[in-house]
Design a protein around this ligand. Structure first.
Ligand SMILES: Cc1cc2nc3c(=O)[nH]c(=O)nc-3n(C[C@H](O)[C@H](O)[C@H](O)COP(=O)(O)OP(=O)(O)OC[C@H]3O[C@@H](n4cnc5c(N)ncnc54)[C@H](O)[C@@H]3O)c2cc1C
Length: 607
């Protein structure tokens, strides 16, 4: 018997959203696909370095188990191991799928897939297309989705902003409200199931490596409607970005994967002579420049902030490629070297690049089970906006993989749910109109705001506060202060004045709406960080003694140890509608497959 076609709404047309779209269309069902921008311009486009999969074309005896163990170890034993296992097992098949779709992966002169090193893994495991891997993968999926679009099973709503979900009488998500960013029309849409694939929340920190559309607003909106957030305190701070006053631009880990070295000048402790100090190689002999990102960022902080050894501009270290032949660099990293030249005006083939850590990625996000259902029935999430796969720290090149894989899982699962008979009633026209009207009235209120606060200045302040208190190193004094200041910012949001009161392409009013969501998301991050009294992955918490940061006998900061007994649990943050504050609980997860052990990248990994 023919299967009944379902209608799925997907918000987000990055790798996760497009992959889920393809799987749904292959089944004969249809998708309404929403995106801020043309899906082909989604943030996945910016990914540079590559995607991990055990292809073992270098004869290193790499194995899927090794990929599994590196990911779990790299995530400091906070990732659901069953979910990670599924992902790494499918990784080689996904690379083959992209290959068949025509992705121009870089190959060796013999024609086999080339692989490069990436952080936290000893084997070459990262497939890549020069330094524009995300763009090539996204374009491949975009072309496939266009085939279905011409057949009429995909309807794209590009330049539409998701505002909120709509639940039916049984509390099941059966639709969304969205706004046309040009005409400002606000409309309700019904579906069987809704999948959010809206990417990361980097803009909560203002300057970051991600695009301006990576604002976490959709996730925050769902959170305010009852979706739980998992592990939001785990934000990835990438060690090597070009700091900018507008945004920070990533210099991919691929630079170090291809032999780049990180250094500063120092006085040799024995001879007193000025020398280059390759501090990552010194501190972590087993992994050197390819330690995972949380470890590298902490080391850079130590050298720059605590030892005062920053270069030229005091907050920089060198990332050096100048010892590598220029033709090799051109072939492997051409795209990003050009970018450095364009923005900094120096040729990284000849002089070392000046870099510093930057907010980059969120390991946390909407809580989902291993099939990508959120706690709200009918609402699913996939890609960087969900919390799955990376635990307390993501390994480089594992996100293009998790975004694609989560789309492969969420797409078919949304169809199973759509046909399960568990979805209750369809939305009535009255329910849809009520949801639409609520959003339209809110938009009108925002358009009319005439207070004294400037929304963009408030956004800058939000980013500055988050960088100050919830960054590479945290302590409970700072986190408590941060929460207090965030509440102040949320109050000041009410006093924003907008200059554009119009109803055509009013980006300012849309930004003000997003900003509120960002502040509320920031509070979830901060409260979760405050209550997690341990250090794990990207969450490094300093011990306080008599209210001051504790130092050891060498004058180094003392960090709280990892505390598996209390905190080898997923943080679950729920929104309290009365107080507008986050509430934190903890949930068990599957860590039954690999026994937890302490991470130490100074020595080779033991299993
Ligand atoms: C500079 C950079 C380089 C990177 N390089 C790598 C790499 O080499 N390897 C790797 O594994 N990972 C890399 N990453 C991480 C990786 O690119 C992302 O995590 C991944 O691409 C996210 O895919 P996604 O589909 O979840 O979201 P995205 O690609 O971010 O797509 C999100 C989609 O949601 C839409 N959207 C969001 N909010 C709304 C809303 N409210 N209404 C309507 N639409 C909305 C957007 O328009 C977009 O279509 C990199 C990240 C950065 C910042």
């Amino acid at each position: 018997m023919a299967k009944k076609p379902a209608k799925i709404i997907i918000v987000g047309g990055g790798l996760a959203g497009l992959m889920a779209t393809l799987k749904i269309c292959e089944d004969g069902s249809s998708v309404d696909l929403f995106s801020y921008c043309p899906v082909k311009r989604s943030h996945s486009l910016c990914a540079q370095g590559g995607m991990n999969a055990c292809m073992d074309t270098k004869g290193e005896h790499d194995s899927i188990y090794e990929h599994f163990d590196d990911t779990v170890y790299g995530g400091d034993f906070l990732a659901d191991q069953g979910a990670v296992k599924g992902m790494v097992e499918m990784a080689p098949k996904l690379v083959k799928m992209f290959d068949r779709m025509g992705v121009p992966f870089t190959r060796t002169s013999e024609g086999t897939l080339d692989l490069r090193n990436f952080g936290g893994q000893k084997n070459k495991r990262t497939v890549f297309a020069g330094s524009t891997t995300g763009q090539q993968l996204l374009y491949a999926l975009d072309e496939q989705v266009r085939r279905w679009e011409t057949k009429g099973t995909v309807k794209k709503y590009e330049f539409w902003e998701f505002i909120k979900i709509i639940k039916n009488k049984q509390g099941i998500c059966r639709g969304i409200v969205a706004q046309n960013m040009n005409s400002n029309e606000i409309k309700a849409f019904a579906a069987d199931v809704v999948i959010l694939a809206t990417g990361g929340p980097g803009q909560v920190y203002g300057r970051c490596t991600a695009s301006t559309i990576c604002n976490g607003s959709a996730v925050s909106s769902a959170y305010q409607q009852g979706a739980e957030i998992g592990n939001p305190e785990f934000l990835q701070i990438h060690p090597t970005a070009i700091p900018g006053s507008d945004k920070n631009r990533l210099m991919s880990e691929a630079c170090r994967g291809e032999g780049g070295r990180v250094w500063v000048y120092r006085k040799n402790p024995q001879t007193g002579e000025k020398e280059r100090w390759y501090f990552l190689e010194d501190m972590y002999p087993a992994y050197g420049n390819l330690v995972p990102r949380d470890v590298a960022s902490r080391a850079i902080y130590k050298v720059v902030v605590h030892m005062g050894l920053g270069m030229k501009n005091p907050n920089r270290v060198y990332l050096d490629l100048s010892h590598i032949p220029a033709d090799y660099l051109e072939r492997k990293l051409g795209g990003i070297l050009e970018m450095y030249d364009d923005f900094v005006g120096e040729d990284p083939r000849k002089v070392p690049m000046e870099i510093f850590p930057s907010i980059h990625y969120s390991m946390g996000g909407i809580w989902v089970d291993t099939k990508h259902h959120t706690n709200i029935p009918g609402l699913m999430a996939a890609g960087e906006c969900d919390y799955q796969y990376h635990g307390a720290n993501r390994l480089g090149a594992n996100s293009l993989l998790s975004a694609t894989y989560s789309g492969v899982v969420a797409g078919p699962e949304s169809l199973r749910l759509a046909r399960s008979g568990e979805l209750g009633d369809a939305l009535t026209p009255e329910e849809m109109e009520a949801a639409r009207k609520e959003c339209a009235e809110e938009f009108d209120r925002i358009r009319a705001m005439n207070g004294t606060e400037n929304a963009h200045r408030l956004h800058h302040e939000l980013g500055d506060i988050m960088y100050k208190y919830v960054s590479v190193e945290r302590d409970n004094n700072g986190l408590a202060e941060c929460l207090k200041e965030l509440k102040g910012i949320l109050r000041r949001w009410d006093s924003i004045g907008v200059t554009d009161h119009g109803t055509w392409a009013n980006q300012e009013a849309m930004f003000v709406r997003q900003l509120r969501n960002m502040i509320i998301y920031a509070m979830a991050i901060t409260k979760a960080a405050l209550l997690r009294d341990e250090s794990r992955g990207a969450h490094a918490k300093i011990v306080l003694e008599n209210g001051e940061r504790k130092l050891d006998e060498n004058g180094d900061l003392v960090f709280m140890p990892r505390d598996d007994a209390r905190f080898m649990k997923t943080t679950i943050v729920s929104f309290n509608k009365e107080t507008e504050e986050p509430e934190v609980t903890y949930r068990e997860f599957d860590h039954s497959l690999i026994k937890p052990r302490l991470r130490n990248y100074a020595v080779a990994k033991k299993e």
